[in-house]
Write a protein that binds this ligand. Structure first.
Ligand code: GDP
Ligand code: MG
Length: 255
């Protein structure tokens, strides 16, 4: 089984992509299961095969411990790790080739509490990776892009798994904005030059060095533009995922 964790900032399109990519895989005759890891989500665009809300009740936790929504979410996430064994059993019962795991809306709950790494190290067997969603809304300006990539870099450091960066909701960018983004990704000097907010030499130097480190960390920077509204980009997503999981060899159905 291959486990794909969809991680990104709130609203970057994780749940929608879990839904559309699962459908795309099913159409390609690939067996797939979905897991909702967000105890606080009210509406999902898909019916998950496994849902952490069946194991931890946010409302119940808020009432029992007299917590507000934020404290409740933190406690709920932490409680998931106590139910891991049962969740693993359910996953194994699914017997699918691909497992799509939809991370909680707020990235810090998953990436920066202990539970995230515990879940990732326990669920999904040997073949697993992170699909990190850089929201296209943040790719419209250089500071948004750099800060989003910094977050992606910290996810990489935190989980130490193969990681693919995708530009999610790419249909929100017009052609000019797409080209601008590609220019920034290719040319750090241009990116830094366009960061008007940087007012002094120190800020410019720091940003340049940070950005170059990010590029090294991701061995160059290729961000795959995808959109849940466009099937052809989901095919591109699959071929990038298969390359990442097989170190460039690709899966059989795509060779
Ligand atoms: N235009 C566009 N909107 C999208 C796309 N994917 C998600 N959305 C919208 O973006 C919002 C947030 O999506 P959601 O999947 O809930 O994000 P999550 O918080 O990361 O799970 C919703 O209103 C979605 O309908 C996309 O590819 N293109
Ligand atoms: Mg979501």
């Amino acid at each position: 089984m291959h486990a794909l964790y969809f991680v990104g900032t709130a609203g970057s399109g994780k749940s929608t992509l879990t839904h559309t990519f699962a459908n795309w895989l099913r159409n390609a005759k690939v067996s797939v299961g979905t897991v909702n890891l967000d105890p606080g989500v009210l509406h999902l665009p898909y019916g998950p095969d496994i849902d952490v809300r069946d194991f931890v009740s946010l409302q119940g936790i808020m009432e029992k411990y007299n917590l507000g929504p934020n404290g409740g979410l933190v406690a709920a996430i932490d409680l998931i790790s106590t139910r891991i064994e049962t969740i693993i059993e359910e996953i194994n019962e699914l017997g699918v080739d691909f497992l799509l795991l939809d991370a909680p809306g707020q990235i810090e709950l998953f990436a920066f509490r202990d539970t995230g790494p515990i879940i990732v190290s326990s669920l999904g067997g040997e073949s697993k990776m992170i699909v990190y969603l850089v929201d296209a809304a943040l790719g419209k300006n250089p500071a948004g892009l750099v800060s989003s990539l910094l977050l992606s870099a910290s996810v990489l450091v935190r989980f130490q798994l193969p990681q693919l960066n995708v530009l999610s909701r790419a249909d929100l960018l017009n052609e000019e904005e797409q080209e601008q983004l590609e220019l920034w990704l290719d040319d750090p000097d241009q990116l830094i030059h366009d960061m008007n907010a940087l007012r002094n030499e120190l800020q410019i130097e720091l940003s340049t060095e940070l950005y170059k480190s990010i590029q090294r960390l991701f061995s160059g920077l290729d961000i795959v533009p995808i959109s849940s509204l466009k099937d052809e980009t989901l095919e591109l997503l699959f071929s990038n995922i298969s390359n990442t999981l097989t170190s460039g060899e690709g899966f059989e159905i795509f060779r």
